[in-house]
Design a binder for this molecule. Sequence first.
Ligand code: ADP
Ligand code: ASP
Ligand code: MG
Length: 408
Amino acid sequence: MALIVQKYGGTSVGTIEKIKKVAGRVARTRDMGNDVVVVVSAMAGETNRLLGLANQLSELPNERELDVVASTGEQVTIGLLSIALSEMGYPARSFTGFQIPVLTDSAHVKARIRNIEGATIQSALKKGEIAVVAGFQGIDETGAITTLGRGGSDTSAVAVAAALSADVCEIYTDVDGVYTTDPGICSDAQKLERISFEEMLELASLGAKVLQIRAVEFGMKYGVRIHVRSSFNDNTGTLVTKEEEIMETAVVSGVAYNKGEAKITIVKVPDRPGIAAKIFKPLSDANIVVDVIVQNVSVTGHTDLTFTVGRSDYKKAMMTTETVAKEIGADKVVGNDKIAKVSIVGLAMRSHSGVATKVFETLGAEGVNILGITTSEIKISCLIEEKYTELAVRVLHKAFGLGKPANA
Ligand code: ADP
Ligand code: ASP
Ligand code: MG
């Protein structure tokens, strides 16, 4: 008898019919003699709808209240799934983040889990119940409701699996595993049987939304076996696992993209020690994550400094940066919130040369201008105009031989 955590994403619970199907799969897992904890997302489109309501009232809604609104989507699903299971004769009990509790920090809309109390779920399992847990949500130490950032139910599931020392955490979604790139963009993308935590971490952080990055971090830290698979069929999916367990490695394992980027440039920044800290401190104080930073060489004692932030932080970041720019005597601030980042990831890149050149040549041949570049040992990312995203993904995927062979 195993302890299995199953997470079902928005599309998998998008309608009452689909919730019944999920209940059927959960019941089958239970019938095999396993203890089952289910973590669910809000029904497809629901979180967007809820956030949209708040945005009708304010351009920059108070984030504490935004979490109160956004977290309700998951509460509906846990209730519905528990009802569906009970109807089928399987005792089930729903739990909100508050009831467990899932303790997080207070960074509203992107909170991080600090601790999950396993005892409440354990006692439900002991009674023979199926525990149905709301993903995406927690509470901070003052009791305020928090949410974990978009796609956060993945993280809830892996963190619950870690807290309960579950045998496996199954992530059920609308594709049957992790692919060489988003199968929605490249029809010849291939499913990976296994992927290392390191590569998955990069792909997730670079935009492959099939797993939220914090979920991969938890999995890596606590050694949780993560199996990404489809809720619509019984195919074996992709196992996210330790590097040692991967047999063969391609130079490039995958291509990721993130359309949700924004670029801010401060023009004519005085080039003095301490200025960068002055610029970035207010941004980190405002909980804004800065990604790529590019600074030009200064010839005249002034430099242009460009950085990127997530698009949802763009307005807040522009306001913060404009204030700082005045304080330090910079010329002006210009921004563009239609930026995308396209990246290639692969463990074997560490020991191969010429990979970056191939990326630049491939994009150049298609007339895609590169606005910024960052690299790590196992990834290369390029900032580009958002309208070229799909094109860039397809040509890179092809250039690195990731597509299915023509006759497959
Ligand atoms: P869920 O609602 O189940 O959490 P998501 O929409 O968050 O599902 O994540 C699944 C989606 O991730 C897929 O439909 C696919 O479009 C996208 N995706 C992006 N990159 C990849 C990839 N490399 N492999 C698989 N799916 C990917
Ligand atoms: N419902 C949340 C979202 O749409 C969390 C999730 O689905 O993982 O982002
Ligand atoms: Mg998701």
